[in-house]
Write a protein that binds this ligand. Structure first.
Ligand code: ADP
Ligand code: MG
Ligand code: MG
Ligand code: K
Length: 345
């Protein structure tokens, strides 16, 4: 008997389109001898499209009508849809990568790929992530975390605290991705306006020391004893790795494995495993590092529990270079989901 896999994609985040591309790749490569795919597209209005060809319907921008049942986000006419045996989560960003969908799937009592609710929510929040890593003595870039309330209450004190970090600074909303809302601030007099803009995205914002860095990434797969890939590098063309660069007119290149000394690669892989564990990681994560050019020091930047995941994205390419081709990666993630569910059910 084959397992039916509810493939969740789309979603209400800005990564809606890239998620459609990812899900098509997953559907194409899933082991057909073990699994049947049930594409479930979350349209931009939050309604789950599960009938017809959900890939085509979401790609066309369709906004399905919600069923009359007030408790369910399902489309009208799909009320009789059976629950799949498990869910494969291909949703990036808000709603899919931040614990929301994980909580919903827990309530449905079905296994799902990736980490649990707590890890996903904490991994989405760059401020919480840094605190978890700092508590384990892991190296993070010096930063100041600000809430919107505090910023409104005592701007001068906040600015003085940030000034201690020097220049340039990076200002970023705590709970976003794809470089949305990330700004490089080169002059002290520009910081207040940058903070005001960041607070339009989130009530929690980070101000970080801006370093001159190489960007090194590692793919992690598994549970308590995860497999850690060889590091790769994103060679950034612009001033930093921006949304445009990531999705629109990417001038950046990637290199796998990264051209770094072996001892450094070992250090990065060790730190990645520790960071994954400190964040209660499970399933997969791409752990991103900064390698400071001048000092050669290594810092953990962030971790992404649902990183870019088309067959040519960094995470799958790093895993493939470490001996796990895409189709096997999908099977491993599903087996991890089943194992985790068996532990907690
Ligand atoms: P996102 O989750 O949106 O990818 P990041 O924290 O990774 O957010 O920031 C996006 C990009 O901004 C990074 O890949 C890097 O190019 C640049 N960046 C962020 N923080 C710093 C920093 N402290 N120093 C130098 N560059 C940074
Ligand atoms: Mg991110
Ligand atoms: Mg990033
Ligand atoms: K993240």
């Amino acid at each position: 008997e084959k397992l039916s896999v509810g493939l969740l994609f789309g979603g209400e985040s800005p990564e809606h389109e890239v998620s459609i591309v990812t899900a098509r790749a997953i559907a194409e490569h899933l082991d057909a001898s073990r699994f049947t795919v049930r594409p479930m597209g979350i349209a931009r209005n939050g309604v789950w499209a599960v009938t017809g060809d959900p890939f085509a319907r979401l790609a066309a921008g369709e906004l399905p009508e919600r069923s009359a049942h007030p408790f369910l986000p399902l489309e009208k006419g799909a009320e009789a849809t059976a629950l799949p045996d498990l869910f494969f989560n291909a949703l990036h960003g808000a709603g899919g990568e931040d614990g929301q969908i994980q909580g919903y799937l827990e309530l449905l009592h079905r296994p799902y790929t990736g980490a649990g609710l707590l890890a996903m929510a904490a991994g989405m929040d760059k401020w919480i992530t840094k605190r978890l890593w700092e508590s384990e003595g892991l190296p993070v870039v010096p930063y100041v975390g600000l809430t919107e309330e505090r910023w409104r209450r005592e701007q001068a004190v906040c600015l003085a605290e940030c000034a201690k970090l020097g220049l340039p600074l990076f200002v970023k909303p705590a709970n976003l991705g794809s470089s949305i809302g990330v700004e490089k601030v080169k002059r002290a007099e520009d910081l207040a306006a940058a903070l005001d803009r960041a607070f339009t995205f989130d009530r929690r914002v980070l101000v970080e020391q801006g370093l001159d860095v190489r960007e090194i990434e590692v793919a992690v797969l598994g549970g308590d004893e995860p497999q850690v890939s060889k590091p790769g590098e994103v060679i950034v063309a612009d001033e930093f790795y921006t949304f445009e660069d990531k999705y629109l007119h990417g001038k950046s290149r990637t290199e796998i494995p990264a051209d770094i000394p072996e001892e450094l690669a070992d250090l990065v892989r060790k730190l990645a495993a520790k960071a994954f564990a400190a964040s209660d990681g499970y399933g997969m994560a791409r752990v991103d590092f900064f390698l400071e050019r001048l000092s050669g020091r290594v810092f953990l930047n962030e971790l992404n529990f649902i990183p870019g995941f088309t067959s040519i994205s960094m995470y799958p390419k790093m895993m493939a270079a470490s001996g796990v081709p895409y189709a096997e990666l999908l099977t491993r993630l599903i087996d991890l989901a089943l194992a985790r569910h068996a532990q907690t059910a």
